[in-house]
Design a protein around this ligand. Structure first.
Ligand code: HEM
Ligand code: HEM
Length: 175
């Protein structure tokens, strides 16, 4: 099908991409520091509310991605690179949804209420610490966090390589 849009991702896609990026990276840092900073600041209530926000925005982003067009890539990109980018983006979408969802599932078994920045309570899943899903979600949360760190480093590296080394339009399409 011919492409009639501009050569950038549309505004909704760009705003969602960068908002999710900032919140998700913030939550990775907050999650890793929460134990060390336990006596200084209680990170977890904010971590949980930010995470639920990431989940909602990521579902919206995925829905928008399915119904809207993506801008064309530079013509001379090798096939393997298009395939690698596609695979990386698919896993990123899985992590953008799987990470907060796993947190929500295992935190549902905890004694604390899940509050969205003190404005309203987020419902809990019917999970207890004895259920297998509790352990799977808890372990999965940690594993996915480390996979996310690796993939995001790769993703940023690829974006910077396109911009500064190959000097093509890939990064500008998302700005
Ligand atoms: C963008 C989404 C999220 C990211 C990137 C993220 C990342 C992380 C990371 C890196 C850790 C530290 C893991 C470790 O200590 O090994 C962590 C811990 C934790 N996360 Fe998340 N998280 C997200 C969403 C959520 C959500 C939505 C909830 C709950 C509603 C949640 C609840 C927790 C809890 C309770 C811990 C502490 C687990 C423990 O110390 O045993 N997270 N998270
Ligand atoms: C938590 C951090 C991030 C996540 C989860 C993330 C996720 C994604 C996803 C899923 C896509 C695919 C868009 C689509 O076609 O639907 C994408 C595209 C893109 N991202 Fe990120 N991103 C993050 C951070 C960044 C950063 C920091 C940069 C720049 C340094 C960046 C640059 C780009 C670019 C240039 C594209 C377009 C690539 C293309 O269409 O081939 N991203 N990102």
């Amino acid at each position: 099908m011919p492409y009639h849009g501009s050569d950038r991702y549309n505004a909704v896609a760009r705003v969602l991409h960068w908002t999710i990026a900032v919140l998700l990276i913030g939550n990775l840092i907050g999650g890793l520091l929460h134990d060390a900073l336990e006596d200084v600041v209680r990170i977890m209530p904010t971590h949980k509310a930010v995470g639920i926000t990431v989940l909602a925005l990521s579902i919206a982003r995925l829905g928008w991605r399915i119904v809207s067009r993506t801008p064309p890539l530079p013509r001379d990109l090798p096939k393997w690179e298009i395939g690698a980018a596609h695979a990386a983006h698919t896993v990123l979408y899985i992590l953008m949804i799987g990470l907060p969802l796993s947190g929500w599932i295992f935190s549902s078994a905890g004694k604390y209420p899940l509050s969205w920045f003190g404005l309203f309570d987020i419902p809990k899943f019917a999970v207890t610490k004895e259920d297998a899903i509790y352990g799977i979600a808890h372990e999965g949360h940690e594993v996915m966090a480390f996979v996310a760190i690796g993939l995001i480093v790769l993703h940023i590296g690829a974006a910077l390589r396109h911009h500064f080394v190959l000097q093509d339009s890939v990064l500008r399409r998302m700005l």
